[in-house]
Design a binder for this molecule. Structure first.
Ligand SMILES: Nc1ncnc2c1ncn2[C@@H]1O[C@H](COP(=O)(O)OP(=O)(O)OP(=O)(O)O)[C@@H](O)[C@H]1O
Length: 790
């Protein structure tokens, strides 16, 4: 089978602002160049200019008409010739897709021009309305004009909701539109034609019927009912239950398109969405049936009906989500647009790979509704054409680059060329030109009067050339000529009569046969009708099941989408938290290491301090021990002194109590000298501090003398809260003998009890201790203890 590549055309739109920087320029009729402007990703990575070649490049000054004639007119001719075609516009938002497809009333785009050309070409060849009738399964039934008229008259006129207003809008906007006048002449004149249009939009991967007459409530809008895709008996995908309007003029067809656009706009405004974010598919189906032998009516044979289709698709903008900074619903929309365009891209890539490399990969048409609809064009026969719309504005460079790449790749996909169809079903023995004969006879019958059948007869049977133009003279030659003519005529008449008789005979036999056949067929039809009814019921119930399953699937799909999105969010959050946790852990470890280092150094420092203090304390202790040893030695010496003993005995102390033997002196400290006479002057154990001091002063070597026996050495002071406790021995002491701190609210006790120091009023406790120091001076020591320690 012969295959042709997908034909890709490029159209550059004029700049919105003349002073804008451009990034695309056309080099020739087939080549454009992309120049990376400063600031684009490509410029960042030092990309060079890139050239792209297309079948044709239309620059900014190209008119709508010339574009239509180059790109769309061949497709319209194919449609009239019974072949399929697909034409779609592709590009980013505001690149001129809609302008190219629809245009303006003054300068129509491809769609209105295509409709004009179709109706210009089939004007007198149009079938009576309802002769072709949709069988609701993407096919058509045929019926006689009489049946069609009955159906038409039985049709209840539908009153549109706001017909006048809409019509007024249409008239205001488009009624004055300039029509395309091109006519395609080489179409089969022995057929009749009907045009059906449908208009759907694919939004968020749902298909909506834009010609359905369901009212839209702008106050409380309900989402319109979406349609599903089905496969017909030829395995072609079609929108099940879509409204297909039979139109009899380009105005009627364009009005239907306009109405669809209005509905689209109202629905999108009411639902706060954007129509340019949906793909719109306007489909023109041309149904063609051969005329019967008389050329009067369409042949009542469904198998002879030919249906061709031209789909005009205005794709949504192909920009990526990042650039538009969409959020929420817009992001979902953009995601769906991108998903369907990505799916289209993937299908085209795989198709190209299968074709160029001989692989047999499955093309994922089923992925989206858009690709599923396109399947019949990519897999079937016909032409596929794409117009890449480009806004040369430098700001769109990065997106335009993607568009160009996709467009270039698409050109490599091959589509099977449509098989040529014979203009008249010769196999049926139908005569060429019967249509024109019939129409001519009708015209004559109308204009000049006469019987239509008679007027038609010469077209069917002819006795030969008309009578020769002879002057009736009495000459032999003229008679001879006339005789010859009449003989020829007679013999031709006989032949024709025989032919007629045999044909009548055959026809009669055929009628009998047909009658028999018809009888058996009627019975068969009856059985089939019953079977059909049962099947229809089954189909209906299956359809119901299918739509409820589809609904459930859709809900589940949405839920899965939601879950996936929340999963992604949670994963992202988890990732962030883990990262924070890891950072915290690392921080902790760092601090631990620092603290350990500090601990070690601190320990080391403390150890050194402690060692130094210990050494100091040891030295101090040793010094004290030496002192104590000396004191003990001095005490021994005193005890050994006889005089002292006597004095002490005289004072009331028993000799046994004080008797002692000479003790060896302690080695440390200076030699102790007994207090001797000094002691004698000292009043026993109760001597005052001043006395003691006096005694000490009298001592030549006070440091070596015995410590002054100061009865106050046991005396202590304690305080609780604001009160001080004075712990002193019984009996009064001479005033001024003891050095003690002045303490307010003190409380003195002679015998210390636990409650004095643990009671709630006694927070502090002071023990006063006095002894002679190295110089013989009385040294008073105060030991303060805080309650906390008890
Ligand atoms: N070739 C052109 N000549 C003059 N004006 C143009 C041309 N192409 C586009 N425009 C203007 O540019 C504007 C945007 O064009 P259009 O709406 O067709 O873009 P789009 O690609 O369909 O955008 P979207 O994807 O948003 O539907 C319109 O105002 C249109 O009139």
């Amino acid at each position: 089978m012969v295959k042709d590549p997908v034909e890709v055309y490029c159209r550059l739109r004029p700049l919105e602002n003349r002073n804008d920087l451009v990034c695309v320029e056309s080099l020739s009729n087939t080549m454009v160049q992309l120049v990376p402007p400063g600031g684009s990703l490509a410029h960042k990575y030092n990309s060079k200019e890139i050239q792209y070649t297309f079948r044709f490049v239309f620059d900014e000054n190209t008119s709508q008409k010339s574009l239509f004639e180059t790109v769309a007119l061949p497709l319209v001719a194919d449609l009239l010739g019974g072949k399929n075609g697909l034409l779609f516009t592709y590009g980013i938002t505001s690149s001129g897709k809609t302008y190219t497809m629809t245009g303006t009333p003054q300068d129509g785009g491809i769609l209105p021009r295509s409709l004009d050309v179709i109706f210009n070409s089939i004007r007198v060849l149009q079938a009576h309305r309802y002769v072709f009738k949709s069988d609701k399964m993407n096919g058509f039934d045929v019926q006689t004009i009489a049946e069609a008229m009955v159906e038409q008259s039985a049709e209840v006129p539908v009153t549109p909701k706001t017909p006048r207003a809409k019509r007024r809008d249409f008239e205001l906007e488009w009624a004055e539109r300039i029509q395309e006048e091109t006519v395609i002449s080489n179409i089969d004149q022995d057929s009749v034609y009907s045009v059906f249009v449908s208009y759907v939009e694919i939004y968020n991967n749902y298909i909506y019927d834009l010609l359905e007459d369901a009212p839209i409530d702008p106050i409380k809008p309900k989402p319109p009912q979406s349609k599903i895709l089905r496969e017909d008996s030829n395995r072609d995908m079609y929108v099940f239950g879509v409204t297909e309007l039979e139109v009899k003029s380009s105005d009627e067809a364009f009005e239907a398109f306009y109405k669809g656009q209005q509905r689209r706009r109202v629905a999108h405004t009411a639902l706060n969405t954007e129509s340019s974010r949906s793909h719109s598919v306007f489909t023109i189906r041309l149904v063609q049936g051969p005329l019967d032998p008389q050329g009067a009516e369409v042949l009542q044979d469904k198998s002879q009906i030919r249906v061709s289709q031209l789909s005009l698709v205005d794709l949504a903008g192909s920009e990526r989500t990042g650039r538009t900074r969409n959020t929420g619903d817009r992001l979902r929309e953009a995601g769906n647009i991108n998903a369907s365009l990505m799916a289209l891209r993937t299908c085209i890539e795989i198709l190209r790979e299968n074709q160029t490399q001989g692989t047999n990969k499955m093309v994922p048409y089923r992925e989206t509704k858009l690709t599923n609809l396109f399947k019949r064009f990519f897999e079937g026969e016909g032409k596929v054409r794409m117009i890449v719309c480009v806004n040369p504005c430098a700001g769109d460079y990065d997106e335009t680059l993607h568009v160009m790449r996709f467009a270039e790749m698409t050109q490599e996909v091959m589509i099977s060329r449509a098989t040529p169809i014979p203009s008249t079903p010769v196999s049926l023995g139908l005569r060429v030109g019967r249509g024109n004969l019939y129409r001519e006879a009708v015209r004559k019958a109308k204009e000049e009067g006469g019987n239509l059948q008679e007027l038609l007869a010469p077209g069917v049977y002819s006795l030969g050339a008309p009578f020769p133009d002879l002057m009736m003279f009495d000459d032999e030659a003229s008679f001879e000529c006339l005789i010859q003519f009449l003989i020829a005529r007679k013999s031709r008449r006989e032949v024709l009569l025989n032919d007629l008789a045999s044909k009548q005979n055959t026809f009669r036999n055929q009628i009998i046969e047909v009658e028999k056949e018809s009888l058996s067929m009627k019975q068969e039809i009856h059985i089939l009708k019953m079977e059909l009814e049962t099947r229809r019921q089954q189909v209906r119930s299956l359809e119901n099941k299918l739509s409820s399953t589809e609904h459930t699937t859709e809900i589940l799909r949405q839920k899965v989408g939601q879950y996936e999105r929340s999963k992604q969010t949670l994963e992202y959050e988890l990732g962030e938290k883990e990262m924070l946790l890891n950072q915290g852990e690392q921080e902790k470890q760092k601090i631990c290491v620092q603290m350990e280092d500090r601990l070690i150094s601190e320990r080391e420092r403390m150890r050194k301090i402690m060692e130094r203090r210990l050494a100091e304390k040891q030295a101090e202790l040793e010094a004290k021990m030496c002192l104590t040893g000396e004191k003990i030695q001095q005490l021994r010496e005193i005890l050994n002194s006889q005089e002292d003993w006597e004095f002490l005995v005289g004072e009331g102390l028993g000799p046994r109590q004080l008797s002692s033997k000479s003790e060896p002196r302690l080695s440390c400290g200076p030699k102790a000298t007994p207090v001797g006479s000094r002691s004698r002057n000292t009043p026993a154990m109760t001597s005052s501090h001043s006395d003691t001091k006096l005694n000490v002063e009298q001592t030549s070597t006070p440091s070596r003398s015995m410590a002054v026996a100061n009865p106050r050495h046991k005396r202590s002071q304690s305080s609780g809260g604001e009160k001080w406790i004075d712990h002193r021995p019984p009996g009064s002491l001479e005033y001024g003998t003891v050095l003690q701190p002045v303490m307010k609210k003190k409380k003195s006790v002679s015998k210390l009890k636990a409650k004095d120091v643990t009671g709630k009023d006694a927070a502090r406790y002071v023990l006063t201790h006095q002894e002679q120091d190295m110089d013989g001076e009385v040294e008073t020591k105060l030991y303060k203890v805080f309650k906390k320690l008890f």
